[in-house]
Design a protein around this ligand. Structure first.
Ligand SMILES: NC(=O)C1=CN([C@@H]2O[C@H](COP(=O)(O)OP(=O)(O)OC[C@H]3O[C@@H](n4cnc5c(N)ncnc54)[C@H](OP(=O)(O)O)[C@@H]3O)[C@@H](O)[C@H]2O)C=CC1
Ligand SMILES: O=C(CO)COP(=O)(O)O
Length: 338
C-alpha cells in the first residue's frame, strides 16, 4: 500500500532512507533546515555535503517547510543526530498540534542524550503529545548509508513494543535489497545502536595504531560484553545483542571505512587531534558524545565498562591511546562470563 511518509533530517542516512522509500513507491517529503541543500536536492538531485557521487530519485521532494512535510503523513521518520532530536521533536509536536494530526513515529537515531542519558525514543515520548503520535518504532541495524545507496544487501530491525506498528514499518521499508525484521525490545535496540559507536571508534584507533585482526576481534567481542551488560541493567533482552541491532551493527561499524565513527578512531590512532577530527568529518560522529554519556551512566549504575572508560579518558582527559590500551590489558584477570 502506498503511504505518505515525512522524513525529518536530510543528512546521509535520512536522505538515503527517503530515497529508498520513494523507490518503494511511497510519496515522500524530506525536510531539511538548509534552503541551499533543498534547492540542490530538488533541482539537481544531489546532496554533496552528505552523499558524494549519489543521484537521488527525481520523485523525491524536499522542503524547509515542516508543515507541508507533515501534512497528511501516515508515518514520520526522524533521522536527526541525538544532539538535535529533542529540539526537532518540539517543533514537530507544535506542527502536529496545528494540523491536529496523529502519525506513527519512526526514528533511526543512534545515541544517548548528554546529561540525562535518555534514549531517542524516550526523548520523543517526552516531547510529542500522545494525542499526535501512535507508538514509536526504532529502525536500527547494520546499514551504512553508502551501502544502501548502492543497493548492497542489507538487513535491519524495526523495534516496537506494539508488533503491528513494527510490522507496518517492516512492510514500508522492505524491498529486494533491504530486508526488515521485527523485534519488541526497544531498550535493547536503542542501547545496541548507541553503544556500538564507542567500540567502532576504538576499532578505528587500533587500526590507526597498526594493530591487527586479533586485536579487532578482541575489542568487538569484549565491547559487545559491556554493551550487553549496560543494556541488560536497563531492562533490555540479552538476546537482542546477538541480533541485527547488537552484534550486526557492531560488526559493520567496527570493521568499515564507511563508518564515521571508525574513521574518527582511525584518525585519532594516527595521531590527529579530536577537535580536528570532528571539524573535518562534516558529519555527525555520535560515538564521541555517546562515550561521555555511557561513561557517566555506567558509573551511576555501577556497571563495569572498561573499554568505554578507556575511550573516555582518551577523548575527554587527554590520555594517550597506547597508555589506555596498556591499562586495559593489565587489569586483573577475570572470567569471560562476568
Ligand atoms: N549515516 C549512516 O549511515 C547512518 C546513520 N545513522 C544515525 O542517523 C542519525 C543521523 O545520522 P546521519 O544522517 O549520518 O548524520 P549527518 O551528519 O549525515 O546529517 C545530519 C542531518 O541532520 C540535520 N540536523 C542536525 N541537527 C539538526 C537540528 N537541530 N535541526 C534540524 N536538522 C538538524 C543536519 O542538518 P544541517 O546540514 O543543516 O546541519 C543534517 O541534515 C545519527 O544518529 C546516526 O548515528 C544510523 C544508521 C546509518
Ligand atoms: O550506524 C551506522 C551503520 O549501521 C553508521 O555508523 P557511522 O555513524 O559510524 O557511520
Amino acid at each position: 500500500m502506498t503511504e505518505k511518509v515525512a522524513v525529518l533530517g536530510a543528512g546521509s542516512w535520512g536522505s538515503v532512507l527517503a530515497n529508498l522509500l520513494v523507490e518503494n513507491g511511497h510519496t515522500v517529503e524530506l525536510w531539511s533546515r538548509d534552503q541551499e541543500q533543498v534547492d540542490r536536492l530538488n533541482q539537481e538531485h544531489v546532496n554533496p555535503a552528505y552523499m558524494k557521487n549519489f543521484t537521488y530519485s527525481s520523485k523525491l521532494h524536499v522542503t524547509t517547510d515542516m508543515k507541508a512535510t507533515l501534512k497528511g503523513a501516515d508515518v514520520i521518520l526522524i533521522v536527526i543526530p541525538t544532539k538535535g532530536i529533542r529540539q526537532v521533536a518540539r517543533k514537530l509536536n507544535a506542527v502536529l498540534a496545528e494540523l491536529d494530526q496523529q502519525s506513527l513515529i519512526v526514528h533511526a537515531t543512534k545515541g544517548l542524550e548528554q546529561n540525562t542519558y535518555k534514549r531517542p525514543s524516550e526523548m520523543l515520548k517526552e516531547e510529542i503529545d500522545p494525542k499526535y503520535r501512535r507508538d514509536i518504532v526504532v529502525l536500527s541495524g547494520p546499514s551504512h548509508a553508502e551501502s544502501v545507496a548502492i543497493k548492497d544487501m542489507t538487513a535491519v530491525t524495526a523495534a516496537c513494543a506494539n508488533l503491528a506498528d513494527a510490522e507496518k514499518v517492516q512492510k514500508l521499508f522492505s524491498n529486494s535489497y533491504f530486508r526488515v525484521y521485527t523485534n519488541d525490545d526497544v531498550i535493547g535496540a536503542e542501547f545496541g545502536a548507541a553503544l556500538k559507536n564507542i567500540i567502532a571508534i576504538g576499532a578505528g584507533a587500533l587500526q590507526g595504531l597498526g594493530y591487527h585482526d586479533n586485536a579487532r576481534a578482541a575489542l568487538i567481542t569484549r565491547g559487545l560484553a559491556e554493551i550487553r551488560r549496560l543494556g541488560v541493567a536497563f531492562g533490555a533482552n540479552p538476546m537482542t545483542f546477538i541480533g541485527l541491532s547488537g552484534v550486526g551493527d557492531l560488526v559493520v561499524t567496527a570493521t568499515s571505512k564507511n563508518s564515521r565513527n571508525w574513521r574518527a578512531g582511525y584518525q585519532l590512532g594516527q595521531g590527529q587531534q579530536l577537535d580536528d577530527v570532528i571539524n573535518n568529518m562534516g558529519m555527525v560522529i555520535e560515538g564521541v558524545y555517546t562515550t561521555k554519556a555511557a561513561y557517566e551512566l555506567s558509573k551511576k549504575r555501577q556497571v563495569p565498562m572498561p573499554i568505554t572508560d578507556a575511550l573516555y579518558r582518551v577523548l575527554y582527559e587527554g590520555e594517550d591511546i597506547k597508555t589506555a590500551i596498556s591499562q586495559l590489558m593489565s587489569r586483573d584477570l577475570t572470567s569471560e562470563m562476568e
